[in-house]
Design a protein around this ligand. Structure first.
Ligand code: C5P
Length: 218
């Protein structure tokens, strides 16, 4: 198809979500938060008590979950789980089950279905490498662990959730480690990806840069 995709990958708390969302808004494109799909699978599995080592059962959970996205809200079986899927426990579980090939396979088709006219901005870890390898623009956002931990800390405090910097740093490093070193769809810049370090720039500056790259592509 000729429906354009902008693939934006990067580690946790690199600012990808904010940047991808704003780029989608500016261009009037659809938006895929692929991490939310892994988080939804994790939340479903935690609630059902599915064993987190039973790959086959987890893939079934991923395949059959009744989720929908409407106006920024994420719905799972008629319940608004927009906030619930952001819990640290859900994120950590998501990162564990995301290492299972059958789970990734189960979410493949759902991710492709987000590609609709006039275009898609897809945010994740393997958007440019696996899901949309022919995307006309691929961006890899990074930021230092310290900058990312600080952002996460501020987000949590703003939400009234208590946070500890040491724990956040350890958590980020553990998750980076899992995402980067897993055998399947590891977090690496796609071939031809533009790498952007957001440690020292604002989200708006990152958005501007992505839009410039996109304008140069089309
Ligand atoms: O981006 P987010 O933190 O919401 O993603 C949660 C977890 O889901 C990540 O830590 C990662 O392990 C996994 N994930 C993935 N592939 C994607 C998106 C997320 O493996 N495309």
């Amino acid at each position: 198809t000729h429906i354009p995709v902008i693939a934006i990958d990067g580690p946790t708390a690199s600012g990808k979500g904010t940047v991808a969302h704003r780029v989608a808004d500016k261009l009037g494109f659809h938006y895929l938060d692929s991490g939310a799909l892994y988080r939804l699978t994790a939340l479903s599995a935690l609630r059902r008590g599915t064993s987190l080592t039973d790959e086959h059962a987890l893939a079934k959970v991923a395949e059959h979950m009744a989720c929908s996205f409407s106006g920024g809200d994420i719905i799972l079986a008629h319940e608004n789980v927009t906030d619930a899927i952001r819990a640290e426990e859900v994120g950590n579980t998501a990162s564990r089950i995301a290492a299972l090939p059958a789970v990734r396979q189960a979410l493949y088709g759902l991710q492709l279905s987000f590609r609709k006219t006039p275009g898609l901005v897809a945010d994740g870890r393997d958007m440019g490498t696996v899901i949309f390898p022919h995307a006309p623009l691929k961006v890899f956002l990074t930021a230092s662990v310290a900058a990312r931990a600080e952002r996460r800390y501020k987000q949590l405090i703003e939400k009234g959730i208590s946070a500890n910097m040491e724990d956040l740093l350890m958590d980020l490093q553990a998750r980076d480690d899992r995402d980067t070193h897993r055998a399947i769809a590891p977090l690496v810049p796609a071939e031809g990806a533009h790498v952007l370090d957001t440690s020292q720039i604002t989200a708006d500056q990152a958005v501007e840069q992505v839009l410039k790259w996109y304008a140069a592509e089309v």
